[in-house]
Design a protein around this ligand. Structure first.
Ligand SMILES: [Zn+2]
Length: 175
């Protein structure tokens, strides 16, 4: 299953493909915010750890749904109004970055997500303590190398295409 590193790569790719904008190292605040949004659905692991001592207690429930992506996309796209350090990203792009996480879990994660919560809910099984979670974040990140490489290729291809395809056929850059 994609780990935080893989989700970060997928989120950055989703932003690059959907927005028509680059988010390179020169725009590190934008990249950081996108990485945060791309991992936001897994906040349920933290909630599970804090309240039940089990990272799987609430995992892949409501935060892995379309409704969550819509609601958080709305909040994230308006957050710059409250703190000027937060980059201005449009609602549509925030939504795509967040839902890219849920889709990646669905396609590569090997177990169900709760796309249509509250009409369906699928919790992750089993027990994951702090040690298991930290281990998967830091020690197993290398597993995501194929995802990171595939994303890098996609971004590079997309940027090349943007150069050669006449402007009228490409997406207008959006925030
Ligand atoms: Zn997830």
């Amino acid at each position: 299953m994609p780990l935080p590193l893989g989700h970060a790569a997928i989120g950055l790719t989703a932003y690059d493909l959907c927005s028509g904008n680059d988010c390179g190292f020169s725009r590190w605040k934008l990249a950081f915010f996108i990485v945060l949004l791309a991992n936001l659905p897994d906040i349920d692991v933290l909630i599970g750890l804090l309240f039940q001592g089990n990272g799987n207690a609430f995992h892949r429930g409501p935060t892995h749904s379309v409704i969550f992506a819509l609601a958080m996309g709305f909040l994230a796209s308006n957050a710059w109004k409250f703190w000027s350090q937060i980059p201005k990203i449009g609602f549509r792009n925030c939504f795509w970055v967040i839902i890219s996480h849920v889709m990646a879990d669905f396609f590569f994660g090997g177990s169900q997500v709760s796309f249509f919560w509250p009409f369906e809910v699928h919790w992750a099984n089993g027990y994951r303590g702090w040690g298991d979670v930290l281990n998967s974040v830091f020690m197993k990140a290398v597993q995501d190398a194929p995802i990171v490489m595939a994303c890098a290729v996609l971004i590079a291809l997309n940027r090349q295409m943007r150069k050669y395809i006449p402007k009228k056929y490409t997406l207008e850059p959006r925030q």
